[in-house]
Design a protein around this ligand. Structure first.
Ligand code: ZN
Length: 129
């Protein structure tokens, strides 16, 4: 397993890039709109993982709700697993709160989210490449 990316909720990707790209020196390799989730995303590789900046594209986006409640900040940690359906079955069997069955995301990867109540307070995204 490895950390695939850290998802950071921001009010404005362009504003956040003034830090992550212009000051810290990371490079944007992907910018995309995820219509189903009502978010804009920018991916910036960092070592073997990535920073994912997330901006709401509608007022009812999960990212808008997150920022309303908690302000900008770390939204989720994404971990790559070799077999997502098997990992989800195992987690459910042991009582973890799985938020969605594996589904296909924008990059063509399978993903599921685990509720923060099961993980020590951080939303966890599991990904199978
Ligand atoms: Zn993510």
């Amino acid at each position: 397993m490895k950390i695939d990316h850290l998802g950071i909720a921001v009010r404005s990707i362009d504003k956040a890039l003034e830090f992550y790209r212009d000051q810290l020196g990371l490079t944007v390799t992907l910018r995309e709109s995820v219509a189903a989730e009502k978010v804009e995303a920018a991916m910036l590789p960092l070592g073997e993982s990535r920073v994912e900046l997330l901006e709401a594209s509608a007022p009812d986006s999960v990212i808008a709700k997150f920022i309303d409640k908690r302000g900008e900040g770390l939204h989720h940690i994404a971990v790559t697993v070799p077999d997502l359906p098997a990992a989800i079955e195992k987690l459910k069997a042991s009582g973890a709160r799985v938020l969605n069955e594996p589904r296909i995301g924008a990059g063509g990867h399978l993903y599921s989210f685990i509720h923060p109540s099961s993980t020590g307070g951080v939303l966890l995204e599991l990904i199978q490449e």
